[in-house]
Design a protein around this ligand. Sequence first.
Ligand SMILES: Cc1cc2nc3c(=O)[nH]c(=O)nc-3n(C[C@H](O)[C@H](O)[C@H](O)COP(=O)(O)OP(=O)(O)OC[C@H]3O[C@@H](n4cnc5c(N)ncnc54)[C@H](O)[C@@H]3O)c2cc1C
Length: 316
Amino acid sequence: MTGTVLQVNVSRGGIPKRAIPLGELTAAGVIGDAWRYPFHGGARKAILLVTVEGIDELVSQGFPLFAGALGENLTTIDDADRVAAHYHLVLDEIATRGLGAEISVKPTQLGLDLDADACYGLLARLAERTAAAQSYLWLDMEGSAYTEPTIQLYERLRAEHPRTGICLQAYLRRTAADVERLRPLDPAIRLVKGAYDEPEKIAWRDRRAVDASFTALAVEFLTGSKGRPIRLGLGTHDVALIELIAEQVAAAGIARDAFEVEMLYGIRTREQYRLARGGYRVQTLIAYGDAWYPWYMRRLAERPANVAFAIRSMLP
Ligand SMILES: Cc1cc2nc3c(=O)[nH]c(=O)nc-3n(C[C@H](O)[C@H](O)[C@H](O)COP(=O)(O)OP(=O)(O)OC[C@H]3O[C@@H](n4cnc5c(N)ncnc54)[C@H](O)[C@@H]3O)c2cc1C
């Protein structure tokens, strides 16, 4: 392939990637870009080339894309209003069709980094609609810059709107304290290992340490809140970890249906069925919409084997 590189975009994690006037390309990726780190896929997946024609074609199909700026963070608060309006429609559908589904939103998609109060206002209206639809509103957890503002949003939200939950990341060293801080609210927590490239100072980077933190957080939350109206979702595909947690809480008289197992649509499907047959409450999270692409790219980057899996599933 021959051509001219028109623009180079980098980011320390997440999207949009910003254009830089001059970039240094090495065998390990572009200097200053987090995709070169093993956590995001490493050197073999460090560079994504997008053709101008490819972007033009997607734009002509109605996707509002431009080089490097495709993603979840928003540019104006009007975008947040549009995202919220979309979720209101989704909740209408959930209610009229009696789907029993729940929704999960990224606070930055509702303008958290533009105007936290406006973001709270949108979430509060969504939470009202969620309750009317007998659904549940979950806040996803993004990079560590958003941990504290997201927890603050949830504290405000949960005080007024009980059908709301928050995702917490087991790799963050602060999470045990966050669970304790939220405990008086009888919170709904979705526990995940964590998907962003966080520094050693604030996060465990070693897999075993993350797994140990995940287990301890789940077991302590369940045993310490026994009898309380809490919810705990284990957002992981790590079946061994799920079964270990079930075993440890069983010793305290807590059944495996006291928590939920939450996996991504299409990942470890057979295990999802097996766990459901074995008495676990299994839920599947489905990503969709304009921002599915960067989201899915992050999931692929976490596990390069998924690239082959995704390609195979697209073949006739
Ligand atoms: C419902 C849900 C919600 C999430 N929400 C957030 C969020 O808000 N914020 C956030 O930071 N992260 C979120 N994540 C992502 C999470 O933090 C992890 O990055 C991701 O789930 C991969 O880690 P794991 O727990 O599945 O375990 P891993 O240790 O990565 O994997 C355990 C085992 O599961 C299998 N496996 C794991 N992932 C895959 C895969 N993609 N394809 C095939 N097999 C796989 C493998 O066999 C692996 O050995 C969410 C995940 C889920 C399931």
